[in-house]
Design a binder for this molecule. Structure first.
Ligand code: HEM
Length: 151
């Protein structure tokens, strides 16, 4: 149905923008001299990342099943699977930063003088940069698959 397709497409776009915003926010916040307040903010932002990612999976699957083109359009399209692989890679890349944010937040909670070690900060920053680069491939594949490339 056209309205279902439209609503799913709108939600899908909004969620994709929120996810991009979260990755950008994390990238900007992970800098030298992280205050305990910023560490806490990062942990909270990152929790939303998980929720938004879950929502985009559900809405995305909804588009495959209830979208106007029908599920066969996507499951036999390699560009669709390339997009899924990038999304999975972003998820896997985000595990280490998530573990660090939880750990830093716990330590900042018990030790007021806690400072994030330089090496860990650099590691997380580099990881988020890679995450952002792989994330950029997702809308590229999305635009191509929507126009029938990969069939
Ligand atoms: C499990 C995850 C996902 C699934 C199953 C999924 C599935 C889909 C489907 C079925 C479409 C409709 C394409 C068409 O009109 O034929 C679509 C479009 C789109 N998706 Fe996803 N998606 C997922 C994640 C994402 C993510 C994380 C992004 C982030 C950028 C994204 C960005 C887009 C964009 C920009 C379009 C519109 C493409 C266009 O019409 O030009 N998707 N997606």
């Amino acid at each position: 149905m056209e309205t279902t397709d439209l609503v799913l497409a709108i939600l899908h776009h909004l969620l994709a923008f929120v996810l991009a915003g979260i990755i950008a926010a994390e990238f900007v916040l992970v800098r030298a001299e992280l205050s305990p307040a910023t560490v806490k903010r990062l942990a909270v932002i990152d929790r939303h990342y998980g929720l938004i990612a879950l929502a985009i999976i559900l809405i995305g699957a909804g588009r495959v099943v209830w979208g106007l083109k029908g599920w066969e359009f996507y499951v036999y399209n390699w560009v669709f699977w390339a997009k899924m692989a990038c999304f999975a890679a972003v998820g896997l890349l985000s595990i280490m930063p998530t573990m660090r944010f939880i750990g830093w937040n716990r330590q900042a909670g018990t030790d007021a003088g806690f400072r994030v070690p330089e090496a860990e900060l650099a590691e997380v920053r580099a990881r988020i940069r890679t995450e952002a680069l792989v994330f950029l491939l997702i809308p590229i594949f999305a635009a191509a698959m929507a126009r029938g490339y990969g069939l």
